[in-house]
Design a protein around this ligand. Structure first.
Ligand SMILES: Cc1ncc(COP(=O)(O)O)c(C=O)c1O
Length: 661
């Protein structure tokens, strides 16, 4: 027996079922063949169709009901494709038992082409969500079940081979088990649109309960713990709002007024505003200073400076990380491993602090710099509690022909509030993170001198080109993009603009003053107990506690603090005989000051810290210093549990910025 089959594609169109319901179908034939049993098989790609509620049983079911969408679609396409466009049927002999392939007088009549699909046949539209369904005519198939029998019977629907009657013919569908996919497949044009839109508007708790619940736990942790990591802070609600905004949607490679992509009118406005506010926050004149607010972090900002100004292998010199410097200024481990890009691509030479005083040893620094002649000399560090002698650094830079760069990441808030010595007076380039004491979003920033070089500051040898004008601007901007980064994070830049507006307020100055007072209060509380601080105190927001006098390691102490819900970080201490030991911790006051803590609160925190030191000492005495035995001694430690309770009771008195009621 032969059947007429329309071998081409079944275009998207509306058809009317015998029960009078209009449905939209869309699909194409992939294959028609006769299998070994003489059964005609059709591989049908099916896309859209409405669910059909057929009360009269004329859509193939014995007594009607809701037709399972995917299955019905297969049948419709099958029938429809024999009718062909406009009801004219093309004929091809494929054999088979007749059945569905009865010709153009099928029950379903094509009535209209779908407007959105008319222009292109389905074959060429590249559907991503087609489901391929293998269709078999089942005239002689043993099973003869109606559609209504299958409704509500999920188990059966899960079966690989599905049997049903449709249009009066027994049929069998073979398909992969993809129940979810079949169910969510869009049906009408509108439902397709809605399906795409639906997840775009879901709140996080609904869209992703897993991430949401982890985030909630982290929020609780931040609220309940005492945060003393000197690099951390709490941003304001406004900054958070900008960070989680639609600005993340826009690509804007390039600089304001010169972007790769179009549509950046407002993004340009935001970045320009941010740059202007950055200059204003640090009291800089736009004739003499420029700024790039695009770096994703301070490490990237520093590397962009090196990339822009140097050739691979050129020399840089910064404070050794074990003495409080940052690895982004270059670092080789004691066994010679190059740790940061600054050491991998450039030659980095460290200068150190005086092991006795803890202050930068400027004399030695000068001696080394004159030997090594770095092209960039870097001041600023991660764990340096004292003021920098920028004037001396300038002199050294000039003597050896170096550009003087300050990484003020830790202290940029103090600089903006004029609560410490200003590096801008002496330096050529100043970089910073934006999220530490500055209290902005997580990122980096680069300030560079531009215009004429001032005659009064030596500058005889530096910058190589001998020009009397700075040439940093183009080099640094080019290094940030396109050399090292792609599109700027516009949500970050907007958030930074907001933070920089806050930085310029009297409230911010008061905040930074309190940060310093709190550091003093903390230092005094520890010193009163005859505990040892590196340099004997602090000029800024951080205190370096030398735990070696107590016989403790920074690592063990940090762990006890963590279990007691206090976060701070271990540091190495460069000791009198020049060896480096992880014998201390760094404690910062910016974050808890943002939560409203004042001097008395830091005295309480000093008590917690001292208690943690006592616990560390006891466990070390009982178990030893080695990590495994020490950690065992911390398990179910009652003293830690008791301290943790006190810490949480204390911390939860202070609301978390951005989440205050
Ligand atoms: C002085 C200094 N520079 C750079 C960095 C690195 O900053 P980021 O994490 O943004 O790369 C830090 C981080 O603590 C730092 O203290």
């Amino acid at each position: 027996m032969s059947s007429r089959v329309c071998g081409g594609e079944g275009d998207g169109r509306e058809v009317v079922t015998t029960c009078g319901k209009k449905i939209v179908v869309d699909g194409r034939w992939l294959q028609m063949r006769r299998n070994g049993d003489g059964v005609v098989e059709g591989m049908v790609t099916v896309l859209v169709m409405e669910e059909i509620n057929c009360g009269r049983g004329q859509c193939g079911g014995k007594s009607g009901g809701t037709v399972v969408v995917g299955i019905m679609v297969a049948a419709v396409i099958f029938e429809l494709s024999q009718v062909g466009d406009g009801g004219v049927c093309s004929e091809s002999s494929v054999g088979g038992d007749g059945g569905v392939c009865r010709g153009s007088s099928g029950v379903l009549q094509p009535v209209a082409m779908n407007s959105t699909t008319r222009s292109q046949p389905a074959f060429h539209r590249g559907y991503a969500q087609h489901s391929s369904i293998q269709l078999q005519l089942m005239e002689n198939h043993k099973a003869d079940k109606g559609i209504e029998e299958r409704q509500g019977n999920d188990e059966e629907e899960e079966r690989e081979v599905e049997e049903f009657r449709i249009l009066g013919h027994s049929m069998c569908l073979k398909r992969k088990r993809e129940p979810d996919r079949v169910l969510i497949e869009p049906q009408t044009l509108e439902s397709r649109r809605n399906a795409v839109r639906a997840w775009g508007n879901q709140v996080l708790s609904k869209a992703d309960p897993d991430v949401f619940s982890i985030m909630e736990k982290e929020k609780q942790r931040q609220f309940k713990w005492i945060e003393l990591i000197a690099s951390e802070n709490f941003v304001s609600r406004a900054v958070m709002e900008a960070l989680g905004s639609h600005l993340t949607n826009k690509y804007s490679e390039g600089m304001p007024g010169g972007r790769y992509y179009c549509g950046n009118e407002h993004i340009d406005e935001i970045e320009t505003l941010c740059c202007n506010r950055a200059l204003a926050a640090f009291g800089l004149d736009s004739d003499n200073w420029g700024v790039n607010v695009q770096p994703y972090s301070c490490t990237s900002a520093n590397f962009a400076v090196f990339t822009g100004l140097l050739l691979p292998g050129d020399r840089i010199m910064g404070l050794d990380p074990p003495c409080g410097g940052n690895t982004s200024h270059g670092y080789y481990t004691p066994n010679g491993m190059k740790v940061s890009g600054a050491s991998i691509f450039f030659e980095s030479f460290p200068y150190k602090v005086n092991p006795h005083s803890g202050y930068v040893d400027y004399d030695k620094l000068e001696e080394k710099a004159l030997d090594f002649r770095p092209k960039v000399l870097i001041c600023g560090g991660s764990s340096y509690p004292r003021e920098w002698d920028y004037v001396r650094m300038r002199q050294v830079a000039d003597k050896c022909g170096a550009v003087l760069m300050c990484d003020m990441a830790q202290i940029s808030g103090l600089v903006a509030a004029k609560e410490c010595v200003n590096p801008f007076y002496c330096c050529d380039i100043v970089t910073s993170t934006t999220h530490k004491s500055l209290r902005g979003p997580r990122g980096g920033i680069i300030f560079y001198r531009k215009g004429s070089k001032p005659k009064k500051i030596g500058m005889l040898l530096n910058q190589g080109d001998g020009s009397d004008r700075y040439d940093f601007e183009d080099k640094i901007n080019f290094a940030v993009f396109p050399a090292l980064q792609g599109g700027p994070h516009n949500n970050h830049i907007a958030a930074l603009a907001i933070a920089l507006k806050q930085v310029a307020t009297p409230e911010y100055k008061a905040y930074m003053q309190q940060v310093k007072k709190n550091a003093q209060a903390l230092a005094s509380a520890l010193l009163r107990r005859h505990l040892r601080l590196v340099t004997g105190g602090t000029d800024n927001h951080l205190v370096l506690w030398d735990l070696r006098t107590l016989g403790l390691t920074g690592k063990n102490y940090e762990k006890v603090c963590e279990l007691s819900h206090i976060t701070l970080n271990k540091i190495t201490i460069f000791d009198d005989n020049g060896t480096i030991t992880p014998g201390g911790v760094r404690i910062g006051t910016a974050a808890m000051t943002s939560r409203g803590c004042v001097e008395a609160d830091f005295e309480s925190m000093a008590e917690f810290l001292i208690r943690a030191a006592q616990i560390t000492s006891t466990v070390q005495r009982e178990r030893g210093k080695l990590p495994k035995a020490f950690l065992q001694g911390l398990q179910n430690n009652k003293d830690i549990v008791e301290l943790r309770t006190r810490v949480e009771n204390f911390a939860t008195q202070f609301a978390m910025p951005g989440f205050d009621a």
